[in-house]
Design a protein around this ligand. Structure first.
Ligand SMILES: CC(=O)SCCNC(=O)CCNC(=O)[C@H](O)C(C)(C)COP(=O)(O)OP(=O)(O)OC[C@H]1O[C@@H](n2cnc3c(N)ncnc32)[C@H](O)[C@@H]1OP(=O)(O)O
Ligand SMILES: CC(=O)C(=O)O
Length: 552
């Protein structure tokens, strides 16, 4: 039996145009070029680069792409129809569009009569003329045209005959794709299905009415959805199930208001669940990397809980889940994480069972004997510490140290004898000018060291004093730095004597690790997290990471 080839869908990415309409997201020219090249590598066939003429950056983007073309993707330039009362050939917006020099252009036009009369302040007939004139002019200039029917679904609900007429006009003028847009994002999947079905039927019926062949091909339909009802992905899928062949969306769902259809969810849904061909399968495995790359470039924290590509998308925390996943991953995973370039993670917390400990140990390179009572003891110790306020799911470095200690394989690089911090604040002075002084007394290999350092806060003074004391013994400490410092009050009801949790993220420039400290004294909690951060960094750096072994 021969298998059917997967039906092809055309992915149209609009991260660089509609994605950039998200509040709080701003792309430089360099950012746009970098993202375009990554999308090209991913195998996305259409990349909407921007609106040439709307701003200088978008004009430059297309120049740069002309200088150094992409490997495979079509870069598309976006624009609206000519304005009322002009001709396309003389409309100032269409000249920069042509100057962008792309093969494909996308023209957005009005479908909703209300928008024509209220938004454009023109007549329904003039709107049809704007669509016709603009597309025909661009065709005469040898451009291929994708027609974005703005507010399609709202327009169709209010005045279906007029909405259909706008599409007929776009077809007659030479549009090669008709993209139905849920611009306000308020449509639900069942409405999308019904309207797309009706549109196909009505376009065919009009052909018959015009004595044309009912079966003669119509331009294929596309879908462009917004997420105002959290339905953008579902709505795009509903349209595809009714025959839409182009799917517009953005990486990580960035976009105006609540965003656009998230391609990082949509593509795997279409390809892995519904059997459509969107990207080469080997490219799909780079989707997670691309999602994180784009969030890095746009400087927005990645959504850890994003389906498919989020850090937690395949993270297992509950002991029962981990136990089952260890036996067979499909028990709690809907796909293999590797298919989208993600990976399984086991989270350590008070929700853990022995399976979490064993799995975490394995990820550290140790095969444990499940019968060894030490692991039950580690689990109990972990649960007791979490009860006191520790949080190990965010501090895996501290958990590894805890596990090494329980296995008798922790070798602290120094012994603390004592430490003190003084905070010096003069009345009426700028707090940023105040100074803290820390002194630490340590022993390394039996040698006592006394060191002091100043800092603009007590934690920074303590951190600096520790480093000064240790740097002669461990010069690599100079490459360590703190990348994040988070404080959480655990029992606010206790006022100033509340218990505090401090999480510290450290880095050596190419690895990051997080440690935790808990105390009623914020300095003690910070000290604990700082010291474990230094110890873990040394463990990594020295490769003194002696493989752990079972103690039995
Ligand atoms: C659904 C979408 O996401 S569409 C894309 C929306 N994206 C953006 O708007 C971002 C880029 N936009 C811009 O930089 C600017 O808005 C520009 C350069 C396009 C236009 O700027 P301006 O000329 O100052 O106009 P403004 O932003 O106030 O928009 C209103 C004008 O657009 C016209 N207009 C709106 N939609 C259309 C359309 N589909 N076809 C033709 N003209 C339109 C209005 O009639 C109005 O024209 P008027 O000022 O002559 O009455
Ligand atoms: C074209 C577009 O971005 C929209 O209608 O939402």
């Amino acid at each position: 039996m021969t298998s059917q080839p997967s039906p092809q869908l055309w992915i149209y990415d609009t991260t660089l145009r509609d994605g950039a309409q998200r509040e709080g997201l701003s792309l430089s020219l360099e950012d746009k070029l970098r993202i375009a090249r990554q999308l090209d590598q991913l195998g996305v066939p259409f990349i909407e680069g921007g609106w040439p003429g709307a701003n200088p950056k978008d004009v430059q983007f297309f120049w740069q792409i002309k200088e150094a073309p992409l490997a495979q993707a079509e870069v598309v330039a976006f624009c609206f129809t000519r304005r009322p009362g002009r001709t396309a050939a003389t409309d100032p917006m269409l000249q920069p569009l042509l100057a962008a020099g792309t093969h494909w252009v996308t023209i957005v036009g009005k479908s909703w009569d209300l928008h024509v009369t209220e938004g454009l302040k023109t007549t329904l007939a003039e709107n049809l003329a704007m669509i016709q004139d603009t597309i025909a002019y661009l065709r005469s200039q040898e451009r291929r045209v994708i027609y974005d029917a703005e507010h399609w679904f709202d327009g169709y609900k209010h005045n279906p005959d007029y909405a259909i007429e706008t599409l007929e006009t776009a077809i007659a003028a030479g549009a090669e794709w008709l993209v139905l847009c849920d611009t306000n994002g308020g449509t639900l999947p069942h409405e999308i299905s019904q309207i797309v079905r009706e549109v196909k039927q009505r376009l065919r019926e009009r052909r018959v009415a015009q004595n044309a062949d009912f079966h003669a091909p119509l331009p294929p339909l596309g879908i462009h959805t917004h997420n105002d009802t959290e339905m953008a992905v579902a709505n795009a899928i509903a349209a595809v199930m009714e025959g839409a062949q182009m799917v517009q969306g953005t990486i990580n769902g960035y976009g105006e208001r609540c965003g656009n259809a998230n391609l990082c969810s949509l593509i795997p849904n279409l390809q892995l669940k519904l059997g459509y061909s969107c990207l080469p399968p080997e490219k799909l495995t780079t989707l997670t990397q691309l999602s994180r790359y784009v969030s890095e470039v746009v400087n927005l924290a990645p959504d850890d809980h994003a389906p498919y590509v989020g850090l937690s998308a395949f993270a297992h925390k509950g002991g029962l889940h981990v136990s089952a996943v260890e036996r067979n991953p499909i028990t709690y995973e809907h796909i293999q994480p590797e298919l989208v370039g993600n990976n399984r993670r086991i989270v350590i917390s008070d929700q853990a069972g022995l399976s979490n400990i064993l799995a975490k140990a394995r990820s550290l390179g140790i095969e444990l004997d499940p019968q060894d009572p030490t692991y039950r003891q580690i689990l109990q110790h972990l649960k007791n510490l979490e009860h006191e306020g520790y949080q190990f799911e965010a501090a895996e470095a501290s958990f590894e140290l805890l596990m090494r200690e329980a296995l008798g394989q922790r070798q602290p690089p120094f012994e603390l004898k004592s430490w003190q911090v003084h905070y010096h604040m003069m009345p009426d002075t700028d707090p940023s000018q105040s100074l803290s002084l820390a002194t630490v007394k340590l022993a390394v290999d039996g040698q006592d060291i006394l060191e002091a350092a100043e800092g603009n806060g007590p934690v920074s003074a303590l951190d600096t004093a520790l480093r000064k004391a240790l740097v002669n013994f461990y010069p690599e400490i100079e490459s360590f730095y703190l990348t994040d410092y988070k404080v959480r009050i655990l029992d606010g009801g206790s006022g100033t004597s509340a218990k505090t949790r401090v999480l510290i993220e450290s880095s050596n420039g190419y690895q990051r690790w997080t440690t935790v400290g808990v105390s009623t004294n914020i300095l003690q909690a910070s000290y604990q997290a700082v010291v474990e951060g230094l110890e873990y960094g040394l463990l990594l750096q020295h490769q003194a990471k002696v493989p752990l072994t079972t103690s039995t």
